[in-house]
Design a protein around this ligand. Structure first.
Ligand code: FE2
Length: 310
């Protein structure tokens, strides 16, 4: 017997727009027990340390701030309460690897996508769950794999920008490929005139074209979203070029001219980036960019303890 579809408002229009333009589609995950508050608290209780990130960010309109921390000895329910009172977000990465029920969900979603989008063929899919504070923000950035965002609880504003200059330049993608975070991706308020802005509610999902920059502003409520990432053969080839060109630029001071994803230059880059992408120096640089500097305070839910002082 076939399960109920995950997408509940898909039309032919979405099949044509998927991957080419931002699209908003309805879904039913907000009603699934996998995403109830009790279900999420239980998931946090047994979530492996190496698979989550806890980030504190600056207040809206204030200086950009980004700190990484850990949840310490709080229970899952306490973590959710702390996020509800603080200004941070918890990203449960690789959920499908941690719990097979979410793997089944990923399979169902991508099964539907391959039926609905002509030629859609993903080779590597993952989901994460993002629990974030009222009025939290995600700064302007771009991602390397294909991306969708699913709103489960609460609401937020999502701004999606065109994946072309000046909003996005090749060196931004190279930096993300090399260092794993969005280093120096410039943002100007006037970019918003060129963005699509979505008032994003529970039961909706958004998909946008590859690498399209985006930023997010939560409304004044706790937010739970699911992030979904996927690669296709073309996306993987673009990733090889980003990494190889990044290495050329950073290690050898060479300005890359080609972004070809086929032919001899591409294959040369493919070999070179395999040799150079995980050198000890690069690993140290990545780690230095993401130090763990705070822990949640169990006695004052919503507040944090600096790790040096703790
Ligand atoms: Fe993103």
């Amino acid at each position: 017997m076939r399960a109920e579809p995950v997408f509940t408002s898909w039309t032919e229009q979405e099949s044509k727009l998927w991957g080419n333009q931002p699209v908003r589609i309805e879904h039913r995950l907000n009603k699934s027990p996998l995403f109830s508050m009790d279900g999420l608290a239980d998931l946090i209780d047994r979530y492996p340390r190496q698979h989550y990130s806890l980030i504190q960010m600056g207040a809206p309109g204030q200086r950009k701030l980004w700190r990484e921390g850990e949840i310490g000895d709080l229970s899952g329910a306490e973590v959710i309460e702390a996020i509800g009172k603080g200004r941070m977000w918890l990203n449960l990465r690789r959920v499908a690897e941690v719990d097979t029920r979410y793997r089944d969900l990923v399979n169902a979603i991508f099964g539907e996508l391959s039926e609905r989008v002509p030629g859609f063929n993903s080779i590597d899919e993952s989901i994460g769950i993002l629990i974030s504070s009222p009025n939290a923000q995600v700064y302007y950035h771009a991602d390397l794999p294909g991306q969708s965002l699913w709103q489960i609880h609460g609401s937020k504003k999502v701004y999606i920008y065109p994946a072309v200059e000046p909003f996005l330049a090749p060196e931004h993608l190279e930096d993300i490929a090399l260092f794993g975070v969005e280093v120096n991706m410039p943002y100007e308020p006037w970019y918003d005139e060129h963005a699509r802005c979505f008032e994003f509610k529970a039961g909706e999902m958004l998909n946008w074209p590859l690498n399209a920059p985006h930023r997010i502003e939560n409304m004044n409520c706790l937010n739970v979203s699911m992030t979904m990432e996927y690669w296709t053969d073309d996306y993987k080839r673009a990733q090889v070029v980003n990494l190889a060109n990044g290495i050329l630029r950073h290690r050898f001071g060479h300005k890359p001219k080609s972004r070809a994803t086929h032919g001899p230059i591409f294959w040369g880059k493919r070999v070179a980036q395999r040799l150079l992408r995980d050198t000890p120096a690069l690993k140290r640089e990545r780690k230095a960019l993401r130090p763990i500097s705070f822990r949640l305070d169990r006695t004052h839910l919503g507040e944090i303890l600096d790790l040096e002082a703790a």
